[in-house]
Design a protein around this ligand. Sequence first.
Ligand SMILES: NC(=O)c1ccc[n+]([C@@H]2O[C@H](COP(=O)([O-])OP(=O)(O)OC[C@H]3O[C@@H](n4cnc5c(N)ncnc54)[C@H](OP(=O)(O)O)[C@@H]3O)[C@@H](O)[C@H]2O)c1
Length: 252
Amino acid sequence: MSRFIAVTGASAGIGKATAQRFAEHGDTVLLIARREKRLAEVVQEIESSVPGADVQPLALDMSDPGSADVLRDRVRATGRPVDALLCCAGAVPPSGDTDGGGMESVLKEWQDAYTANVLTSVVAVESVTPLMADGGSIVLYSSVAAYRGSGGTGGYGAAKAALHSYVHLLATNLGPRDINANAIAPGYVAGTDLFGDGLPAARENKLVRQTVLGRAGAPTDIAELGFYLCSPPGGYITSQILQVNGGMNHGV
Ligand SMILES: NC(=O)c1ccc[n+]([C@@H]2O[C@H](COP(=O)([O-])OP(=O)(O)OC[C@H]3O[C@@H](n4cnc5c(N)ncnc54)[C@H](OP(=O)(O)O)[C@@H]3O)[C@@H](O)[C@H]2O)c1
């Protein structure tokens, strides 16, 4: 049976692969991100690789509280409850300049990290949960950085760790509706826009060496777990943070 799935951050990387995975299953997928043109391209890509795909773009900034009403109206207009919400939207803000920019730029980095990684999920979840089907699913996207820090900057890893607490709250509150809520914490996933034009080769090689599998993750590795958590066999998994990182050693 076709389900109705909402994916934030669907214009690139993990969110795009996740939207594609559900479309391949025959689900209707609402693809949400800020860049309208990019979303239209992704919709076209999925439509050409999945014949008959029902994929719909919705250009929204999920950190903007005003997006809540737009999202709710769009869901109501379909006349269907949301079966799963996957909050892939996230970003690594530029590092606060501790040497020259002073405290203002340090705080800006922490606030931007929180806005991009926590508030985008909060706006999506709080908008959609009243419109979710009982037995549905929520997936948030953390990071290995929540466990071992985020390189030179603190805000990103701390923001991702905040999502862990939110997952437990959601699982507790929504359990009586048989809605499971989990977070996926990927390690280094190549082929996404998260690091702009890509990581410097030395940094990428170091991250790959930290895995026991000796390779970076792919967006499809993460998409597959999101799909499982939102499908009947994954329904008893809730309130968990699931790490997908090729065995990347903590703290290396
Ligand atoms: N790639 C990795 O190595 C890695 C590792 C650990 C965790 N993660 C996490 O996995 C998730 C997906 O990352 P990714 O690697 O696929 O990154 P990505 O390719 O940069 O995709 C991020 C997506 O989020 C959207 N987005 C960002 N801010 C948004 C906002 N305010 N409102 C709506 N959409 C927004 C972006 O689209 P627009 O710009 O069009 O809005 C884009 O579609 C993120 O939460 C990331 O932190 C990634």
